[in-house]
Design a protein around this ligand. Structure first.
Ligand code: JHZ
Length: 448
């Protein structure tokens, strides 16, 4: 989807005005009546448990001349007592996050390329689909494992939709909605045997619309497979940085089971994955009914995951209050450690300009607070589109790894802690020369 610069600027202005002058919200929280309604409806059953402060768009890296227009919102998190879903209290207008300038290229992550090749091979072998659709196809890492004769993509970020179109895959550059599922049908596509989505469904704010539109276009025996960060793993590890604007929800199997069921779909398998700090892959089919007679047996993994979550207290608000206390401590510990090291004359940089580190740096005031501007001097990232810019909110410069001599630094903060082993392996020389890593997951610590 391509969005004109003037239109984006208008949304940012509207959103900023709405944030500053709540009395002007008559036209919707972010100038969008539909989104405003979703935000209003959500509040009925939802209870807030975490406030991660004023945050920018997590993946909007910027130039200095863009500072004055930078968009901020309040990142608060709520628990829905009814469905047990954990979501952001207020959603950010999707077009502010997912547009032509989106920088997260899945294909630049070598471990993820392998991950998507393996899952494509597994799905092909087990389900042998004749038609495939990916929602959130990014730059085609999953799509490229399938023939473009029978595979299509859906990708609202225009830059990536163009990449997969150029690879020969028809790509709808739009957000996934009921209207889009109707449009795809009207264009003559038959229902899909496999609908796949990775790190995308948790970005979709209106889940009822998302799942009912999947149901609308899933073939009778079709499977819908999606993977997203796991709420249980986040709670266990204290990895609060999974929470940022794009992650409208952090999914438990429990909440998904409730919401999918409401929309005529059922979970028949769950895989626990180590990627992205702990994710779940959810396998879904139609609920058996007159139209959809085939009943895929529900496998043991579903019950096991539901039990594990219940034991942890995922359906209990108290669990979230305890988590919030732990996060407050994590913030204090990290700031205390960095300030102490700095006062001792140590130099600290960071590897991985991640969405996650946007949450950490802004929540902890690193970079942004006047007395914390040089705690972390620089971030290196392998993504060319992030290099030469500064990180959202914190305004820490992002540069190519090759332009930094790690031996000039004493400590490396792991912005991409989910790739801890890969980074530690690449940076063996830094450790051999006495360098140390800092992470905040599962708690603030220094290691080498
Ligand atoms: P990584 C993104 O989150 C955004 P992020 C998105 N919303 C989502 O849901 C998740 O992914 C899944 C760099 N790097 O994967 C590359 C190095 O510089 O943790 C990446 O920019 N050196 C879609 O941004 C970043 O770190 C390295 O050696 O939190 C990793 O980003 C390695 C291994 C990575 O996702």
């Amino acid at each position: 989807m391509s969005i004109k610069k003037e239109e984006l600027d208008r949304w940012i202005r509207e959103a900023q005005m709405n944030a500053e002058f709540p009395q002007h919200r008559a036209h919707g929280m972010y100038g969008d009546p539909k989104l405003d309604k979703i935000n209003r409806d959500k509040k009925v059953m939802k209870k807030e448990f975490l406030d991660l402060g004023r945050q920018p768009i997590a993946n909007k890296f910027l130039k200095e001349e863009e500072f004055s227009d930078e968009f901020f919102y309040d990142l608060k998190v709520v628990f829905d007592k009814d469905t047990k879903l954990v979501s952001l209290k207020e959603f950010v207008k999707p077009e502010l996050m997912f547009n032509e300038d989106y920088v997260y290229h899945t294909s630049l992550s070598v471990p993820m390329v392998k991950h998507f090749k393996e899952i494509a091979e597994m799905l092909m072998k087990e389900f042998n689909p004749l038609t495939v659709m990916e929602i959130g196809s990014n730059d085609g890492v999953f799509l490229k494992n399938w023939s473009n004769d029978y595979t299509i993509g859906v990708e609202p970020c225009g830059n990536f939709a163009k990449v997969t179109e150029d690879m020969g895959y028809q790509t709808y550059s739009e957000f996934w909605t009921t209207e889009l599922s109707e449009k795809i049908k009207n264009d003559g596509h038959v229902d899909f045997d496999l609908i796949y989505a990775a790190n995308c469904i948790c970005h979709i704010q209106d889940l009822d619309d998302c799942f009912s539109s999947v149901k609308n276009i899933l073939s009778k025996d079709g499977v819908f497979v999606f993977e997203d960060p796991s709420l249980l793993r986040m709670l266990e590890r204290g990895s609060y940085d999974q929470i940022y604007d794009e992650h409208a929800h952090i999914f438990s199997v429990t909440a998904l089971d409730n919401i999918l069921m409401k929309n005529g779909l059922k979970i028949f398998r769950v895989d626990n994955l180590s990627v992205h700090g702990g994710s779940n892959r959810i396998y879904v089919s139609h609920l058996p009914s007159h139209t959809f007679l085939r009943n895929r047996p529900v496998e043991l993994t579903v019950r096991e995951n539901l039990n594990k979550e219940k034991e942890f207290g995922i359906d209990n608000f108290k669990t979230y209050e305890i988590f919030a206390e732990r996060i407050d401590k994590s913030k204090n510990d990290l700031v205390e450690l960095l300030v102490k090291l700095k006062n001792d004359g140590k130099r600290i940089m960071s590897i991985g300009a991640t969405s996650k580190s946007t949450t950490v740096f802004n929540y902890c005031g690193i970079g942004a607070a006047p007395w914390q501007t040089d705690l972390i001097e620089v971030i290196t990232d392998t993504t060319p589109d992030k290099q030469g810019l500064v990180a959202p909110g914190s305004h820490i410069p992002v540069v190519d790894r090759e332009s930094v001599n790690l031996n000039d630094y004493d400590y490396v903060f792991l912005g991409a802690w989910n790739f801890k082993e890969v980074i530690a392996d690449k940076e063996r020389e830094f450790v051999e020369n006495g360098g140390q890593f800092i992470t905040h997951v599962p708690e603030v610590m220094v290691f080498s």
